[in-house]
Design a protein around this ligand. Structure first.
Ligand code: ATP
Ligand code: MG
Length: 641
């Protein structure tokens, strides 16, 4: 079979081949990025079916994303004599998809898709009701944090009854957890975490059913094992208890989902739970050139909590990781797009390129420059335009209504920015018809307002009069000041994510505003960009060959010829929140950020460019502390020519 594969240009080295053919008993492959772990899993699946004549329906293959599952299916299809039927019969997909199929098979009514709480705002509704019982204000206890904590408890198998709160914060979160679980049960709803938890309970409470699964499934393969969480792990332990044929591959240095309950200790302690584990290490990196591997190794070596690995690059070049030092985000985008264009002119294809960033909100400038460049590019489907972010929309609603006092779409954003109830929209519309005035003028006629709101509304009319003639930057500064946006940012500034700060969005919007001379120009730009965001997402599905714009998290497991990493500065990577934790004595978020940079760097095959803007969001920025160990060296090597 080895020769058959080789004749199809599917090469495997000795250690990889060993991992492919060691079928019986537990197997652990702990190896660095680009060492062929995913290739081993694919080849192993084909080997089991073709050589060992194992029935595909008894093989379960778990990937981290559905995209990765599809990719693996495509790869498998290119293996000698693998048929579509074989591939179709495999139990293959993400933990969520596989476990959901199990629970829904058992109880189709309970797990109907229309009972799924798909979005965070749906969960927030329930949390909000619970908070009302406790008379908790969102300001004191952000709902998104409660949602995250509940999800964390769920994924680490902490039942409502098991929790012993240690402080007031946990007490509140626990109360909300109780309320959330009861409400879901009463209304027959479930969320994504319940798919896993439900599967765990199902198997745990039905020994006969578990036994049937144990008989049906005899081989288990798991990719990206470093990001498994407790509930997933426990289910896999149950399923594989009989056959013990469980093969896992992973890299503890790429564990980047701790906030979702992932725990690399499962990979590091695998042997303890699965006695007689065969361990195979892979040391060759087949993806990246020597200088990239060397730099990535230097970065990750600084982490304390890790399993040391030796990685040797297979191919060498003298192209070292490159640093860009743009002045700001705008110049960063210009330089990168320019570089891509040049490389395309010398023969590269758009799909050879990926631009990676820590958080989606950092991609605004690159998105805009790529749009203007007419290069085909792709962004994530759930990535909203920067201008659709809550705080940005609120600020822009003032500008939009100041230019067009009857802009109905901006009205809802304005109402929320003024802390009015959403029902005020109807009042405003009614008043505007009744008195034949614009929405803005109608604001003066609202009744039953809190004195603090009245005070604010008094300032609205003069503000609106002055805005259209101001320079866009001054206009935004004036709105934030006059309308007390500091408060607003504190209360609802983040986008359901404690790591994203509203104040960053405001600073970012100012960077944009600076580029325009009139408010109208700024608004035209915004409108164009929001439309482009929708268009790009529709086009994305058609593009075969496009530049990839993606967060580092989503790029895991993938590879690109040329990689650009945005904002490799303190506050970018590492993210501000990790630096804050570090100052408070918690080192683990900082180590996770370093792993993120390691993941980003190791996506690159031929060239890696790290951008270090001198200012970010209008403030001076400093090179990421993670880069320092190899930046000097690399400069030296570069200057030596
Ligand atoms: P990651 O940790 O990033 O998920 P990985 O360990 O899963 O990486 P793969 O994606 O399987 O690595 O392999 C990296 C690249 O090296 C792929 O392009 C793969 O096709 C190639 N590759 C793997 N093994 C070999 C080999 N023996 N000979 C040639 N190329 C190989
Ligand atoms: Mg992989």
């Amino acid at each position: 079979y080895y020769d058959t594969l080789a004749s199809q240009n599917i090469h495997l080295d000795q250690s990889q081949w060993e991992a492919v053919t060691h079928i019986d008993g537990p197997l652990l492959t702990l190896a660095g990025a680009g060492s062929g772990k995913t290739r081993v899993l694919t080849a192993r699946t084909a080997f089991m079916i073709q050589e060992k004549k194992i029935a595909p329906q008894s093989i379960m293959v778990v990937t981290f994303t559905s995209k990765a599952a599809n990719e693996m299916k495509e790869r498998l299809a290119s293996y000698p004599s693998m048929t579509r039927q074989h591939i179709h019969r495999l139990v293959m997909g993400t933990f969520h998809s596989i476990f959901y199929r199990m629970v829904v098979h058992h109880d189709p009514d309970k797990w109907k898709m229309d009972h799924l709480l798909k979005w965070d705002w749906q969960k927030e509704q329930i949390i909000k009701e619970g908070a009302r019982q406790l008379q908790l204000d969102e300001k004191e206890f952000p709902f998104d944090q409660a949602i995250q904590q509940i999800s964390y408890w769920k994924n680490t198998l902490m039942d409502v009854r098991d929790i012993r709160p240690v402080d007031q914060w946990e007490e509140r979160a626990h109360h909300l957890y109780k309320h959330y679980e009861t409400t879901k049960r009463q209304r027959q709803l479930f969320d994504f975490d319940d798919m896993l938890y439900g599967c765990y309970e199902l198997l745990k409470n039905n020994p006969a059913l578990l036994e049937r699964y144990q008989e049906r499934l005899s081989y288990f393969l798991i990719d990206e094992f470093q990001d498994i969480n407790k509930v997933q792990y426990e289910i896999m332990k149950m399923l594989s208890a009989k056959s013990k044929n469980i093969c896992v591959v992973g890299d503890d240095d790429q564990s980047i989902y701790a906030f979702r309950g992932s725990d690399p200790s499962f990979i590091l302690n695998f042997e303890r739970d699965f006695p007689n584990t065969k361990i195979i290490t892979l040391n060759q990196n087949y993806r990246s050139s020597h200088p990239i591997v060397a730099s990535a190794n230097k970065v990750i070596a600084m982490n304390k909590a890790r399993h040391p690995k030796k990685m040797v690059a297979q191919f060498t070049t003298d192209v070292h990781p490159l640093f860009f030092f743009p002045y700001d985000e705008e110049e960063e985008a210009t330089m990168i797009v320019h570089d891509i264009k040049e490389r395309i002119q010398s023969g590269a294809r758009p799909s050879d390129f990926a631009i990676l960033y820590r958080t989606h909100s950092s991609s605004r400038a690159v998105f805009e420059r790529l749009t203007q460049s007419h290069l085909p590019f792709t962004i994530e489907q759930d990535a909203d335009s920067f201008y659709q972010r809550r705080i940005v929309r609120s600020l822009l609603s003032f500008l939009r209504l100041s230019i067009n006092p009857n802009d109905t779409n901006a009205l809802s954003d304005l109402v929320s920015a003024l802390f009015l109830k959403q029902s005020a929209i109807n009042d405003l519309k009614a008043i505007s018809i009744l008195h034949d005035v614009s929405f803005v003028e109608a604001l003066q006629h609202l009744e039953n307002l809190h004195p603090f709101q009245q005070k604010k509304l008094k300032k609205v009319a003069p503000l609106f009069r002055s805005l259209p003639s101001m320079k866009p930057l001054v206009a935004i500064e004036t709105i934030t000041k006059d309308m007390g946006f500091e408060d607003f940012i504190k209360k609802r500034g983040n986008e359901g994510n404690k790591m994203e700060k509203g104040s960053d969005d405001v600073r970012d919007l100012k960077v944009v505003a600076k580029k325009f001379t009139t408010v109208q120009q700024l608004l035209d730009h915004v409108e164009h960009m929001v439309a482009m965001n929708k268009e790009i997402k529709t086009l994305s599905k058609q593009y075969q060959d496009s530049v990839q714009l993606t967060t580092i998290h989503r790029a895991k497991g993938l590879e690109y010829k040329h990689v650009y990493v945005l904002s490799s500065v303190d506050g970018g990577i590492p993210h501000d929140y990790a630096l804050e934790s570090y100052r408070n004595g918690d080192f683990s978020p900082l180590e996770e950020e370093r792993r993120l940079l390691y993941v980003a760097m190791t996506r690159a095959q031929h060239s890696l460019s790290l951008s270090i803007p001198q200012t970010r969001r209008g403030k001076t920025a400093y090179p990421s502390r993670f880069l320092k160990p190899f930046m000097q060296v690399s400069h030296l090597e570069n200057s030596r020519g």
